[in-house]
Design a protein around this ligand. Sequence first.
Ligand SMILES: [Zn+2]
Length: 413
Amino acid sequence: MFEPRTYLYTYLQKRFVFFFLSLFLIGQLMAQTIERKCVETTTYYDKGAHDALEIATENYLKQSHSLAASRGKINIPVVVHIVYPTEAENISDAQVFSQIDALNRDFNLENTNLDRVHPDFKNRIGKVGFNFCLATIDPTGQPTTGITRTPTNDDFEYSRGATWIYHTPEGGKTAWNTTQYLNIWVTKTGLGIAGFGSKPNQNPLEQDGIILSVDYFGQEGTALPNYRLGRVGTHEVAHYFNVFHNWGLGECGHDDFVADTPIQSTSYNGCPNIDESSCDSRDITANFMNNSQDACLAMFTKGQAMRMQAALIHARSGLLNGNSCEPYLPTVSREEIKVYPNPASYYYCIEVGDASLAQIPYFVYDSKGAKVEEGVVTPNSIQHFPTYRNGVYFIQFLNGEEAPLVKKIVINN
Ligand SMILES: [Zn+2]
């Protein structure tokens, strides 16, 4: 016999269960989305070159010198390619700057969360000493912000191994010369993929660099709450400089080829305790090569830092040859800059013949070499009203040529 009330009850019960089951599944899906994943592959485009780098790295580690001490400041020019399916992924310049800041913090031991490091490992903390900067000169020699923006098909997202991202005709952005720039592509990625960093010789040259999800990039904007310190970028850049995950290829039998990182069985995620252990030894849970949340990561080891230095010297030395971290300076001749009247009373003008020469920095020194004024040249001639006293002064204009251009002016008020 049909009993409407029971039927209704069962129907509602089913709907109820379905509703909560749906909530559960959506929750699971979201949990996966905010758990980060890094795509590390162990295949190499040029295995021979990779093996040679490993031998060169071993030799480098036997020497006990500091790369930073021998070379001074080590600038790594970066270009960030924003490939955006929708405006939501067309992130701001400020978000890009915040990622560069994060790299410089973590590669130069300027982070303040070393309490995440177990006391056993404090003496292993390593400083890599690389200075990352957005490129100021593009591959054709023109000034650039070091950021490119490319709209793509609104259902495009990066998935593991996809190559369209590397090619403008396929909807991505063709790399800038990968031997001279660290190319970082920022885009929408498939579920949970936070990033990918190609080790030296892992990808063909036109695919060499890093891919980062907009969800895990920088310290503001689209970055997810637990990944808002730019440390997925830190991790992927370390891969780019030939550092492996702490757990090597997984399980206790595999190593990461770094002597001062303990053997570790698998990745840490979330925010692990600092005294976790695996494979019969304490692990460095705060090591940047884990997949933990940003706030819970704090260090590279000295061994990892030296591995990166070896990779820079032996596989990525082209990054050191350009001067594309320096401010862009046009070449300017003596005739192209006019300073008048001279001698000057009460005011003088600085004028450039061509608007493209504007923005050249200048510095005014007195006869004893003390700097009394500085500024940048503007396209229109601007009157200067010096407050310094009468005498001879030297105006130094920075120049794309090696030597700055100097003009003398006499102030006679
Ligand atoms: Zn990784």
